[in-house]
Design a protein. Structure first.
Length: 312
């Protein structure tokens, strides 16, 4: 989290909550902002509690609650949370609440280990400095057997210059974390609202797909699904047009460019709390507390002295 980005998203919350470009009134009146990808990934909501990170003004959160989940929405912008609460109240949705929280911080005591699903979508990791930290923080919210569901812009598509029409993908932002963070300058909202934004500089972090998967694996969660999609949740380059499915499609690049990806994860041990990647693999976790291979607890010779061969 940076003060610059919180200011930017707080300004956007004031603009978007008016509903000029965001479907605020439609959601209040009973509509939904959920698309087919997330509905399919999330599955049956009956009896399940869901934590919605990066919820912004809560339109997806209210939609998830209407679908049947008991939802807690979280955002690091107090202004966004204020408007999310107002929209939920006007919509008459009872089974959702909102908290101000940084997604890179572990769950608050009252939320730790309380959720069946941790969900975040569409414009998530580019605002996160460290994916290792983010996935570890997410895991602290899940109860045994819980699931993390992430749907986000593909890191390759995130490198495109959105205002450029070209025959080949127009790359303008870095792909590798070693080249970041980087800044962008937007004087108005991506939604098309004409309001001038005072916090017109944004700080973003590139995360290659390998880095994302490694961070997920190290968090104590195991990857159960990875999918890539040839369409986007917004008009990321000028040639894209919105289809009847609610996604934006490119007339030529659908066979060669992934615009979105999704990731689903579960704890290694469904019967206990999430652990680090190495400890999850160690058959002697309960006896020693951590793997001897780390040389941080007991030496390999100690294992052998106890009649055990080598390590995990």
């Amino acid at each position: 989290m940076t003060t610059t980005n919180v200011g930017y998203w707080s300004e956007l919350a004031e603009i978007h909550s008016r509903g000029d470009s965001y479907p605020v009134r439609q959601v209040i009146d009973g509509g939904s902002t959920l698309r087919s990808v997330e509905r399919d990934l999330l599955g049956d909501p009956a009896g399940r509690r869901l934590f919605h990170a990066h919820c912004h003004i809560g339109l997806d959160t209210v939609s998830l609650a209407r679908l049947g989940f008991t939802v807690t929405g979280a955002d690091y912008s107090p202004a966004a949370v204020h408007h999310a609460r107002r929209i939920a109240a006007e919509a008459g949705v009872q089974n959702c609440e909102f908290v101000v929280a940084d997604s890179s911080e572990p769950a608050a005591a009252e939320l730790a280990g309380a959720f069946d699903v941790y969900y975040a979508s569409y414009g998530v990791l580019v605002w996160v400095p460290d994916t290792n930290v983010w996935f570890r923080a997410a895991a602290t919210h899940l109860r045994p057997g819980g699931e993390l569901v992430l749907v986000d812009e593909h890191p390759y598509a995130a490198t495109f210059e959105g205002g450029v029409a070209s025959e080949q993908p127009p790359v303008s932002a870095p792909y590798w974390q070693s080249e970041g963070p980087y800044t962008t300058r937007n004087g108005t909202s991506y939604s098309g609202d004409p309001d001038v934004i005072a916090h017109d500089v944004q700080v973003k972090w590139p995360h290659a797909l390998g880095e994302i998967l490694t961070g997920a694996q190290r968090s104590g969660l195991r990857i159960t699904g990875l999918q890539e999609y040839p369409y986007s949740h917004y008009r990321s380059v000028p040639e894209m047009t919105e289809g009847t499915d609610g996604y934006h499609h490119h007339p030529r690049w659908s066979a060669s460019v992934p615009f979105l990806f999704s990731l689903t994860l579960r704890p290694w041990h469904s019967g206990g709390p999430a652990r680090s990647w190495w400890s999850a693999r160690c058959r002697r976790w309960r006896r020693y507390g951590r793997c001897a291979a780390s040389r941080a607890w007991r030496s390999r010779s100690t294992h052998r002295a106890n009649g055990r061969r080598g390590c995990c």
